[in-house]
Ligand binder design. Structure first.
Ligand code: DOR
Ligand code: ZN
Length: 366
């Protein structure tokens, strides 16, 4: 075996004849695990099993649960469920609400960060009143991450707040050409913003899925938008799945909720892109390990790695996944490169399609 150290400092090993690659455990800074309130879609058990089956050893969970994680009691409740059920490492976001800018402050150090929903999405956690944006920016401790869901002009507004308060803001699931160009321009001016893009906005367009199954926020965009994301890869700091499971019965009913599962399809999609020459492994590791770790101030996970068979060709099928929602927008896609093993803190937790870690193995990294 050779050890190869890439400039970003993440070692990975190539085994004989490239038949196996060892990479660091992946980090997903944007997942929805649905507990409490909607455990028929997902819970800390199934969601963290899906994470491991996708090569993620650390996930950051969003607060738009039912009830939303906007106070200490709900944070305690979520962290209790996670402590008993999580199979990979994790942290939990707090949600910016109408009455909680000050009461969140003492909870901040126990959270992944503050999530601000500035545009409509699933759940009620939307902040329309810009005065509340100011209150949250003023109160939330410096040094703790802020993540904003902001689309189009709202994105321009929150970038201004980042500049006015002189503090970093991470911009969730950027999906359109105008948005990535705005972020490029703001970064060129030295603004302290970072951004993530989802696999579905990089690999799908509005023409690929119809009806409720195609509903997601931000919406799937045009081929020109998708191509602009790829053309501005250097502006993208993280790949985040925005894993947002809803059941097929819900997706196919009237008023379908927006969201796609993504934890188990991201790595194979990106490995396929590496195989096709659209990405390098270094590009992937920067956006799925090094950058999220830096942006969210996450600890290294000692003795943790994943093993991938880069040459294995296979078909993505929902029936082989662990997410409780039991579907994928990538059904039937051909992938090249398959996860074979995951080791978390010295313990084998996934091998050849089987989850080996018991519930409760995962640690709260905050
Ligand atoms: O499509 C989405 N679904 N976008 C979001 O921002 C939230 C998510 C969910 O929670 O279902
Ligand atoms: Zn989300």
């Amino acid at each position: 075996m050779w050890a190869i150290f890439y400039p970003i400092g993440e070692p990975f090993r190539l085994s004989f004849f490239l038949s196996m690659i060892t990479l660091p455990g992946l980090i997903d800074p944007h997942v929805h695990l649905r507990e409490p309130g909607a455990t028929h879609k997902e819970d800390w058990d199934s969601g963290t099993a899906a994470a491991l089956a996708g090569g993620f050893t650390l996930v950051l969970a969003m607060p738009n649960t039912q009830p939303p994680v906007t106070d200490g009691d709900t944070l305690d409740q979520v962290l209790d469920a996670a402590r008993h059920k999580a199979r990979c490492d994790y942290a939990q976001y707090l949600g910016a609400g109408q009455h909680n800018p000050d009461t969140l402050v003492p909870l901040a150090s126990r959270s992944a960060g503050l999530k601000m929903y500035l545009d409509q999405t699933y759940g009620d956690l939307r902040l329309d009143d810009m005065g509340l944006w100011l209150a949250h920016f003023a109160a939330w401790p410096r040094g703790m991450p802020i993540v904003a869901h902001a689309e189009g002009r709202t994105l321009a507004a929150v970038i201004l707040l980042s500049a006015l308060y002189d503090r970093p803001v991470h911009l969730a699931h950027i999906s359109r050409r105008e948005e990535i160009l705005l972020i490029r321009a703001a970064k060129q001016r030295g603004m302290k913003i970072t951004c993530e893009v989802t696999p579905h906005h990089l690999f799908l367009t509005q023409d690929d899925l119809s009806g409720g199954r195609g509903e997601v926020r931000p919406r799937l965009a045009t081929a020109a938008d998708r191509d602009a994301l790829w053309a501005n890869l250097e502006v993208i700091d993280c790949f985040a799945t925005d894993h947002a499971p809803h059941t097929l019965a819900e997706k196919d009913a009237p008023n379908p909720p927006p969201g796609f599962p993504g934890l188990e399809t991201a790595l194979p999609l990106f490995l396929t892109a590496v195989c096709d020459g659209r990405l390098t492994l270094e590009d992937l590791l920067r956006r799925m390990v090094t950058n999220p770790r830096r942006i969210f101030n996450l600890p290294e996970q000692p003795e943790s790695w994943i093993e991938v068979m880069p040459d294995e060709s296979w078909e993505i099928r929902a029936e082989n996944t662990f997410t409780r929602c039991a579907w994928t927008p990538f059904e039937g896609w051909q992938a090249r490169g398959r996860l074979s093993r995951v080791v978390l803190r010295g313990r084998e937790v996934f091998r050849q399609g089987q989850i080996l870690s018991p519930m409760g193995t995962g640690k709260n990294i905050r």
